[in-house]
Structure formats: structure tokens, C-alpha cells
Design a protein around this ligand. Structure first.
Ligand code: ATP
Ligand code: MG
Length: 554
């Protein structure tokens, strides 16, 4: 990874530095533990960059572990997409992929150990009763009538749970800790429950599944994780994390540290809400380019480097905050400004006939204004071309530096043209602009010294290619849609506008997803799913400038 991506220090790195200096660890081992119940989003990218980034920087290891203890919501499709996204972001996990479900036998054994030590019991209260008995922040909970069963009875009942002898909700295994604890997670948390659901990894082998808090710490310890990094909402759960590991026979004592999650304006990050957008067809799938998912950003034209750069800029702290959407866009804009080849596309075409052009010709235009190493391309210049309707006016003041009737403008990479007359349809819309060109102005100013100010882009009308051009904008109209009563009601109705445009022929061969700057218009890429040579589809990644900055300031 480049110098520019070197990560600044943060509180977690300080902890690691100290642990290494004190000899507490000789190396570090982190993990990224997604639950395969949805596609990864930009918030996960923060966690990925942190965990994999630390392992890289400290020459340690980072595991990819699927935290798959809730088969009701999980799916192999999510497992596959997560692997692809982690790879695409530029990271490699150490060793084989891990699954919490790999440890189901071990976890069962540790549950039995807790029972044998009198630290876990089978409860037959209903889920509602368990909630009721748990108390609140103000009131202590009360003990379940099943709490004082003998070890033998608990062992037999837990075995019965495993054998399918209890219906769902009729029995669960709970840790026996303290119903009066000021930490609600410590009030005899449920550690196993009955679920007659097939699991994507273990099939029908199990009808009891361990809960997150019991599974996560043991999985960390079994994998030799040193620093278990998670988001702040798990702060209280750290008590339970430590309690479990202190009360079972296991060698390794990993530690959990919490950091603040990424919140990004104008989007939602909860997988439940993202799932809702997909299932209610409010977007076109998890990889809709408006989604904050890694796959959506990829399809939108974001590069892995721009996302890593974003994660590096936002840093890692314990402060809750909300990041402006513009800071994510700035990262991709900077990347593409440097690296994207230029091309021309007209989104709202109006025809121009250059009457004194006799023969078509082929012009050679540089792919990047400051990077000759990026080469050049051939662009047909023909008698009929398209320009943007917006780039022509019958009359205009001096501030308007585009084409005006009776005046001149330069065509990017080509000649100076002058508008002589126009034709309109019966509704008064301009259908054709008749022009003439000055054949002596290719790559040079007019010989007589007259000044031509504006430069506009254009595409050959006879050799250009029509394309669907999707203009994407923010998916929501409010900065914090997650806080709205009905977040779906705040969807931006203009978040997708499709233009029938014309692009220069060189773009037929553009690689899907690779960024291109359409001169004067924005950064675009070929859509990886819907585009074909016969039917080109481009996605707008980001505009040339931050048009929302002004709106936000008003
Ligand atoms: P859910 O929305 O289903 O509760 P989650 O967002 O916690 O799930 P996981 O699959 O459990 O999703 O997340 C994997 C890892 O990514 C966890 O360590 C989690 O803390 C981290 N993570 C998730 N969302 C964010 C976020 N917005 N910012 C930073 N890290 C995140
Ligand atoms: Mg989670």
C-alpha cells in the first residue's frame, strides 16, 4: 500500500504498541467477523480497513470469520458476496476462512463445562417471561424459578434440548451470573436457544444454536485473536465476553476494544433497513449504485483505493459522529481526477450541422490533459455532431462562454465553429443549429488574432453511439434518514435520472466499472450488469464538483 495510505495513529494502535512493548503479545492477530445476513456496506469497510490494516502494518494476521449463529437470517449468497468484497477492497485473510459454526462442537462442550461448574442452567420460562424477569435499567431482575436446578438435571435437560426434545421457545440455556447486575447483559444471559432451522454450513446437524455473546469470545480465543475490535454498542457486552472466558478452560485471553461506528449522512447503514430497501424493491438490489454497500459503490465506479483512503481519513476514535457524504465523494473524485481517462459524451443532445465540412476526419485527442503517458484516442469529426442543448443560446450576455447565435466557440480537441442559423420544430424547440467551422483552428488560435473564449464538448452524430446514462444522486433527501419515523418516505425521488445520451465511439471498449471523466460533465463508468456493446449503459459515479456543498450551506 502506498505512502499516502499510511495510517495515522489512533487509540487502538497505542494499545497495541504498549502490549508489544510490555511483552504481553509478541505479535497481533485480529479478525473481521461479519454475520452473513446481508451485503457489506461502507461501515464494514471501516472495520475491514482497521482489522486487516493493523495486521498488515504490524506484520500480524487477520482472519475472516463468519459469525454464523443465526441461520434464520443468513444465506450462502451473503457469504460469497462478503468474500468478494473483502478481496476487492484489497485485503487477504490469513489461513482458511473461519466460521463460528466450525466451533459448534467446542461451544457445546464449553456450555456443558459451565453447567458442570454450576454456572449455567436450562430455563423453561417463555421468552416473554424471560424479558419480564430481566428487570430494567432502574430495577433489578428476579431469579427464574428454574435457576437452582441441580447440575445433573441441567445436563440432562441440555442434552434433551440438543436432541430435539424441546420445541422452540420452550427451553434455553442461560449463564448463571447475577440478576441484579447493573449491566443488563449480565442478568443471566441466554447462551443457547432451540431453533429447528437448517444452517447453511452445518445443515440439520443442530437444533440448538449458541448466542452471539457466548460464541464470539470463544471463537476469538480458539483462533488466538489478541485484539478483538468491535463497535461501541458492545461496550457492556465486554463484561460478558470476559466472564465467559474466565469461567471456561481455554488458553487464550483475547481482549475486546470498542470504537465508534461509521455513520454517513444521507444514507442508512443498518442491515435491516438495507434489506428492507431491497425486498420492497425501493432500489434495484443490494448492488444498486445508490446503496452504501461495497458492491453498490463498486458498481457506481468507486475504486478500492478511494474507499481505503476514506477510511484512513475518518480515523478511528471512540466519539460518535456523523460524516458528511461529501467526504466520501471527495475521495473518489480526487482519485478519478488523477487516474480516469477523459472522453466526450453528450447527455441532452441537440444536432449541429457544420455546413462547410466536406469529409469526415479522425482527430487524435489526449486521454488526460496532464498525463501524456495515458496516451490518446481517435475521435471522429463529422459534418453532423451533437452538442448539449444547454451549450447553445440564441442570445446571451458575455458571461455565457458557450455557443451563441452569430458567435464562435471551440469544440474540445477540434476546431472553432460559428453558429449561423437555427431550425425549430412547431413547438419552438431548436432541432438543428447550422454552423461553419474554421479549418485553420485545429489545435491553434485563429490566425487573425480574434479571441474565442468558450470550449464545449461534442460527439459525432453519425459515428457516436447512443447510450443510457444514469445520473445517480443521494438516495435520501435528509441527512439522517435512519432517524425518520419512516425512513423509506425520505427516499430522494430524483436519486436516479436516466438520460438518452451519445458517447464517442472509443467508449464501446471501456472496461465495466473503470472510471472515465466525461468532459465537463462528471465521472462515469460502464455498468457492470446492464451494459452491452449493443446497449451501452453508463453510471455517474460523482459530479466534477460537490453540488451539495452549496445546498448544505444555505
Ligand atoms: P447488524 O446491522 O445486522 O446489527 P452489524 O452492522 O453489526 O450488523 P456485522 O456483520 O455483525 O454487522 O458486522 C461485522 C463487523 O463490522 C462488526 O465487527 C461490526 O462492529 C463492524 N461494523 C458494522 N457496522 C459498522 C459501522 N457502521 N462502522 C464500523 N464498523 C461497523
Ligand atoms: Mg453485528
Amino acid at each position: 500500500m502506498s505512502e499516502a495510505e499510511a495510517r495515522p495513529s489512533n487509540f487502538i494502535r497505542q494499545i497495541i504498541d504498549k502490549d508489544l512493548a510490555d511483552g504481553k503479545h509478541t505479535g497481533i492477530h485480529t479478525r473481521f467477523p461479519p454475520e452473513p445476513n446481508g451485503y457489506l456496506h461502507i461501515g464494514h469497510a471501516k472495520s475491514i480497513c482497521l482489522n486487516f490494516g493493523l495486521a498488515q502494518d504490524y506484520q500480524g494476521q487477520c482472519n475472516l470469520r463468519f459469525d454464523d449463529t443465526n441461520p434464520a437470517k443468513e444465506d450462502i449468497e451473503y457469504v460469497e458476496s462478503i468474500k468478494e468484497d473483502v478481496n476487492w477492497l484489497g485485503f487477504k485473510w490469513d489461513g482458511d476462512i473461519c466460521y463460528s459454526s466450525n466451533y459448534f462442537d467446542a461451544l457445546y462442550g464449553y456450555a456443558v463445562e459451565l453447567i458442570e461448574k454450576g454456572l449455567a442452567y436450562v430455563d423453561e420460562l417463555t421468552p416473554d417471561e424471560i424479558r419480564e424477569y430481566r428487570g430494567s435499567l432502574k430495577e433489578p431482575g428476579k431469579n427464574s424459578p428454574y435457576r437452582d436446578r441441580s447440575v445433573e438435571e441441567n445436563l440432562a435437560l441440555f442434552e434433551k434440548m440438543r436432541a430435539g426434545g424441546f420445541e422452540e421457545g420452550k427451553a434455553c440455556l442461560r449463564a448463571k451470573i447475577d440478576m441484579a447486575s447493573s449491566f443488563i447483559v449480565m442478568r443471566d444471559p441466554v447462551i443457547y436457544r432451540v431453533r429447528f432451522i437448517e444452517h447453511h454450513q452445518t445443515g440439520n446437524q443442530w437444533c440448538i444454536y449458541p448466542m452471539y455473546d457466548f460464541t464470539h469470545c470463544i471463537s476469538d480465543a480458539l483462533e488466538g485473536i489478541t485484539h478483538s475490535l468491535c463497535t461501541l454498542e458492545f461496550q457492556d457486552n465486554r463484561r460478558l465476553y470476559d466472564w465467559v472466558l474466565e469461567n471456561i478452560t481455554i488458553d487464550c485471553q483475547p481482549h475486546q476494544y470498542e470504537f465508534s461506528r461509521l455513520n454517513l449522512e444521507y444514507t442508512v447503514m443498518s442491515k435491516r433497513k438495507l434489506n428492507q430497501l431491497v425486498t420492497e424493491k425501493l432500489v434495484n438490489g443490494w448492488d444498486d449504485p445508490r446503496m452504501p454497500t461495497i458492491s453498490g459503490l463498486r458498481r457506481r465506479g468507486f475504486t478500492p483505493g478511494s474507499i481505503r483512503e476514506f477510511c484512513s481519513r475518518i480515523g478511528v476514535t471512540k466519539q460518535e459522529n456523523m460524516i458528511e457524504f461529501g467526504s466520501l465523494e471527495a475521495c473518489i473524485r480526487e482519485d478519478l481526477n488523477e487516474n480516469a481517462p477523459r472522453a466526450m459524451a453528450v447527455l441532452d443532445p441537440v444536432k449541429v450541422i457544420i455546413e462547410n465540412v466536406e469529409n469526415d476526419e479522425t482527430l487524435t485527442i489526449a486521454n488526460h490533459p496532464n498525463k501524456p503517458e495515458m496516451g490518446s484516442r481517435e475521435v471522429p469529426f463529422t459534418r453532423e455532431i451533437f452538442i448539449e442543448a444547454d451549450d447553445f443560446r440564441e442570445e446571451a450576455n458575455k458571461k455565457y462562454k458557450r455557443l451563441v447565435l452569430g458567435k464562435e466557440v471551440r469544440l474540445r480537441g477540434a476546431y472553432v465553429i460559428q453558429a449561423n442559423r437555427i431550425e425549430k420544430d412547431s413547438d419552438g424547440n431548436i432541432t438543428t443549429i447550422f454552423c461553419s467551422y474554421d479549418p485553420e483552428t485545429l489545435g491553434k488560435n485563429p490566425a487573425d488574432g480574434r479571441k474565442v473564449k468558450g470550449v464545449i464538448h461534442w460527439v459525432s452524430a453519425t459515428k457516436g453511439i447512443t447510450a443510457d446514462i444514469r445520473l445517480y444522486d443521494r438516495l435520501f433527501t435528509v441527512p439522517n434518514p435512519g432517524a425518520a419515523d419512516d425512513f423509506a418516505a425520505t427516499i430522494n425521488p430524483d436519486s436516479l435520472v436516466v438520460k438518452k445520451g451519445v458517447v464517442e465511439p472509443s467508449l464501446v471498449d471501456a472496461e465495466a466499472g473503470a472510471g472515465i471523466q466525461f468532459e465537463r460533465t462528471g465521472y462515469f463508468c460502464i455498468d457492470a450488469k446492464d451494459s452491452s456493446k449493443e446497449n451501452l449503459v453508463f453510471n455517474r459515479t460523482v459530479g466534477l464538483r460537490d453540488t451539495w456543498a452549496k445546498i448544505d450551506d444555505q
